[in-house]
Design a protein around this ligand. Sequence first.
Ligand code: ZN
Length: 201
Amino acid sequence: MTFPKQIQDLTEAFERLPGVGPKSAARLAFYLLHMPEPEVKKFGEAVLNLKSGIQLCSVCKNFCETEVCEICVDDRRNQRIICVVETPLDVFSLEKVGKYNGLYHVLHGVIDPLHNIGPEELYIESLVSRIAGEQVSEIILALNPTMEGEATAMFIAKKLQAKSYKLKVTRLGMGMPTGGDIQYADETTLSRALEGRRDYE
Ligand SMILES: [Zn+2]
């Protein structure tokens, strides 16, 4: 037995999302089918509108609706510290903790040779030129404690060392579980990791 094409199409679309298997995908499709039509329309519109009007901040590469994001233009923030993260979701998580007052730089991934992601695919060069042009005194490498995250942090640290900029390179302190993602860490853990940050060697 096969489902009507509309349901099948939507199920396949859900299946392409991370962490959604065929069963949950079908469940989601049927859930939407049972929802009142105006709500389904609203859902569809949210998906359709997702990409329009969103761009990358020309400075930190976070998603935003303007050329420069609200964090980068906020002159109450400490312009001398840049926290380097993998994804915009990490910015969101760190901002929720409310303990960090510096700027960010979003790499949009990590170096991952198995998936053909090299340094050129990430916003590393723009980070380096950003540091060259600004008065930066500290770079926090807040990458996830995974193998790829560590390798990426090491790559960036070496690159910065080679430029012999006068700045401190640090990493998040203890408390981040190995293999754990910043975006899933609770606020206490993140807050401790930020406060306990140590020099990157
Ligand atoms: Zn920005």
